[in-house]
Design a protein around this ligand. Sequence first.
Ligand SMILES: [Zn+2]
Ligand SMILES: [Zn+2]
Length: 355
Amino acid sequence: MDTKKPKIFRMKAALYTKFQGPVTIETVTDPKPVIGGVVLKVGATGLCRSDWHGWMGHDTDIQLPHIPGHELAGTVIELGSGITKFKIGDRVTVPFVSGCGRCEQCNSGNQQVCDHQFQPGFTHWGSFAEYVGIHYADTNLVHLPDEISFETAASLGCRFITSFRAVAHQAKTTGGNWLAVHGCGGVGLSAIMIAEALGAQVIAVDIDDSKLTFAKTIGAHYTINGGKENVVEAVKEISNGGVHVSVDALGSKTTCFNSIDNLRKRGKHIQVGLMAGNDYLPEIPMHLVVANELEIIGSHGMQAHAYPEMMNMIKSGKLQPEKLIGELISLEEATNLLPKMNEFQGVGVKVINRF
Ligand SMILES: [Zn+2]
Ligand SMILES: [Zn+2]
């Protein structure tokens, strides 16, 4: 890849100037590296429902005009001062929550809940562009092994790492566990693949039969169509009394409630799906939480230092995130798709690799 950048350059980017307004391709000033930051030439970037939330105006971090994009991989082409772990030409990816490396949370190793988060595509301009600036680079960039493509790496940056942390680290899923996943979008499908790789018996729940059919091809052992069946009764019947771990991968009042209600005693509910709009304050069956000693745990991204465990599972073929890529699209196509992200169309993750 050509990693030399022209001296004077104005980059192509997908941009919106008002919430819920048109997303258009524009030419804008390219990013400059900040102190401790780098500029990447974007190799690939995923399209995510969080970008839609941002475009809707649900995220108070976003300042207009805005370039979305937070699931990215690319090549380092410019270094700010103070970078010690990366050099020009390195292939890298980055978690969508980048920690500052200095606050109480970062010092405890929990950069995913940093008090001063850098989030490309939210707090700053993102990767729906030829170039993107990344802050706190030494703390957050992750070297990409040669065998992992930019497209696969881009599909990790948000939904896959979030599901990895949710299933492997927060739920501590082990072989023999029963695990239910509510919602088979990008987060849910990732959670199914990861849980199966860890040896769990996986039950996938959705209201779309095509998503359930796909879920079976990537690791689900059982499927339930929530539009046709009583979800909680069906999960309890399949798992002989309830699951050990249940993930709300969608983020709705219904999926959240069901995910807690279908647990067996001392089970763990992991909330991954974002609760926004009308689902902001869900009902929780708290009597079950007390009587059955249930645990309710949130999960939000994953730290860069936790990537190697996941990368090793990808390199060994235990995890195959590339199977979750539904479609490779152009930046131009993304401008049309972004406003429609809430329509739940299609199976798998869309990744932009043409700019
Ligand atoms: Zn921090
Ligand atoms: Zn995302």
